[in-house]
Design a protein. Structure first.
Length: 345
């Protein structure tokens, strides 16, 4: 994956205790590959530092830099301020759209991100559009190492798909799937309102399934009560794979994304159609293989949902060879070797 370095580069493992969502999945997949190389070793908080999220955050800021003399790679936003750090930037939304987050999160994380961008040796961006955004705030080297579908989504076990989704009260090819945390940026309230504009007969035949949990770092995003909406909460990867594969279409009408992991997961799992926001990063991933909507126009989302039900949405086409964890880990390894390894001194 990269040239050997004299001293191991530390992989910041502070993400290990967190629930696995987009950033944590990225970190696990990349870290698991980096640590197979002799040039990298992972460090995690232990003892009293691992007793709470706040203590782990304090450990990241104060203790981790002390044990990372050979340099470090941080793969999530739980990262310190350090001159010998390769910093992964998933998005800049805490700076550009603080209204989406809790006041406490903005107060602690926005100044830290500014300081990180002012001191990092190099930056990993998870997409080309995010790399361009970072260039306006960071003058050093930036490498793009995108997300990818994990192996669980490419697997094809001999599941009884009909029986599996029936446990959720669903039928194959008879529901719309929306994957995302309950937070303002995911636009779930507007999606539900757009779904409510469909005829009752359509909603009866095609429930809107919302799969995802919530987190206290975000401002509240209450959902309207609409017949036909099914909320599953946080689901396992195995269940999510089956939901992708069994859905009529996957709906992902976020206001903004750094990448859009559900798009490549859905493609890998065998989903057939996407109704998604017209965002540069989504165009970068999907090209012409999706139905694009303006995420702030409820009527546009409604029309996308109607198109999915009527069979007018293009067949999902994502070139998954562009998105592999092996390639992204190689990119991170090579960047770290150049910028914070002994050969980068």
């Amino acid at each position: 994956m990269g040239d050997a370095v004299t001293a191991p580069v530390v992989v910041n493992g502070a993400f290990r205790s967190q629930r696995v969502t987009g950033q944590q999945r990225y970190a696990r997949e990349i870290a698991d590959r980096l640590t197979t190389l002799g040039a990298f070793r992972e460090v995690v908080p232990t003892g009293r530092w691992a007793s709470s999220a706040s203590r782990e955050w304090l450990w990241t800021l104060t203790q981790l830099p002390r044990v990372s003399g050979s340099g470090m790679v941080s793969l999530t936003s739980r990262a310190p301020v350090s001159k010998r750090q390769v910093l992964t930037v998933h998005d800049l939304f805490v700076l550009t759209n603080p209204e989406w987050y809790s006041r406490g999160y903005v107060a602690t994380h926005a100044p830290v991100l500014r300081a990180q961008l002012g001191t990092a040796s190099a930056v990993v961006a998870v997409s080309d559009p995010i790399a361009r955004d970072v260039q306006a705030r960071f003058g050093g080297e930036i490498a793009v190492a995108p997300n990818a579908p994990s192996e669980v989504f490419t697997a094809r076990p001999q599941d009884d798909l009909e029986a599996a989704v029936a446990t959720l009260g669903l039928q194959v090819d008879s529901f719309l799937l929306c994957v995302g945390s309950l937070e303002p940026r995911k636009n779930l309230s507007r999606i539900v309102q757009a779904y409510a504009a469909l005829p009752a007969s359509a909603r009866s035949r095609y429930p809107l399934v919302l799969a995802g949990g919530s987190a206290d770092i975000y401002r509240s995003a209450d959902l309207p009560s609409v017949d036909g909406v099914v909320t599953t909460g946080y689901v396992s990867d195995d269940v999510l794979r089956m939901l992708y594969r069994a859905s009529t279409a996957v709906v992902f009408a976020s206001l903004a994304e750094g990448f859009g992991l559900p798009l490549v997961e859905a493609a890998a799992a065998g989903a057939r159609h996407l109704v998604i926001s017209d965002l540069p990063v989504f165009r970068w991933i999907c090209g012409d293989g999706a139905w694009y909507v303006n995420p702030v126009q409820e009527a546009a989302i409604t029309e996308g949902l109607r198109a999915a039900i009527d069979g007018r949405v293009p067949t999902l086409t994502v070139d998954l060879q562009r998105f592999t964890w092996e390639q992204s880990a190689a990119t991170v390894a090579q960047l770290a070797t150049r910028c914070v390894g002994e050969k980068g001194t």
